[in-house]
Design a protein around this ligand. Structure first.
Ligand code: NAD
Length: 249
């Protein structure tokens, strides 16, 4: 994918979708920094990535942690070719279940993390010859998922941000896109489903390909979209969902 020695920051990547992106990038010869909240999990993840990746402990819902993360990335790489913006999912719940404080917390985690990461990392991206940002959202931006009112509502702001920045930062050569994962077998999805076998069955039945995605199937497309091979993909919202989205456009 022409990624050898290119430098990437992949956030929320001690496991799950973020980790899968980091692992494909590393396999392609890229240099990667990952972040997450838990030092032990990050150490295990960087070990599993083969020891070339670095990690920074940072809670993306906190402004000061993102500032420190950007400083550490700057100290390590000085310039950056790609930023993969990902965070933990907002709390599940129906409209009646979530409090004002849940909305505020989810706004910090889902929206402000994307805003702050972008603001603090763009100066490093500007120094690259092939810079790109990829925002990871959810299929919930195309069709609501029952019981996830916070995700259904707030992730659309990230799409609005991406589409705006595609116009504002495209002019200086930074490519900007978003991906929408459907259902991948990660801890987040296991936690959402719990031992509700009926729910698991309904999800699988709704996916034309008849199965959940493997995280690596997500990692490959994201790595491609941040690579120079995708040099004319800009402002796109790319579904990676096994066909679960039923809309016509
Ligand atoms: P996961 O639970 O397997 O992994 C989440 C990762 O995010 C972990 O590394 C965790 O440490 C990190 N993280 C969580 N909160 C953080 C914070 N505040 N600061 C820094 N790191 C934090 O989840 P996943 O399945 O990989 O999901 C990642 C994101 O993608 C979530 O927002 C999730 O809602 C979304 N998503 C996942 C799917 C799916 O099928 N797995 C589908 C659509 C959307």
């Amino acid at each position: 994918m022409e990624l050898t020695d290119r430098r990437f920051l992949v956030t929320a990547a001690s496991r799950g979708l973020g980790y899968s992106v980091a692992s494909v990038l590393v396999d392609e010869g890229a240099r990667v920094i990952i972040c997450g909240r838990n030092q032990d999990a990050l150490e295990a993840a960087t070990d599993a990535l083969g020891g070339t990746a670095h990690y920074v402990v940072a809670d993306l819902s906190k402004r000061e942690d993102i500032a420190r993360l950007a400083e550490e990335v700057n100290g390590h790489f000085e310039e950056l070719d790609g930023l993969f913006v990902n965070a933990g999912g907002p709390r599940p719940g129906r409209f009646d279940d979530v409090l004002d404080s849940d909305w505020a917390d989810a706004f910090q985690l889902t929206v402000m993390s994307a805003v702050r990461l972008t603001k603090s990392i763009v100066p490093l991206l500007r120094k690259s010859e092939t810079p790109s940002i990829l925002y990871s959202t959810s299929i919930s931006v195309k069709q609501p998922i029952d019981g996830l009112v916070l995700s259904n509502s707030l992730r659309l702001s990230v799409i609005g941000l991406m589409r705006t920045l595609a116009r504002e930062l495209g002019t200086i050569g930074i490519r900007i896109n978003a991906v929408c994962p459907g259902y991948f077998s990660t801890r987040r999805v296991q936690e959402l489903i719990g031992d509700n076998q009926k729910m698991a069955q309904e999800i699988i039945q709704a996916i034309p390909l008849g199965r959940m995605g493997e995280p690596i199937e997500f990692g490959r497309i994201c790595s491609f979209l941040m690579s120079p091979l995708a040099s004319y993909v800009h402002g796109a919202v790319v579904l990676i969902d096994g066909g679960i989205y039923r809309g016509m456009t």
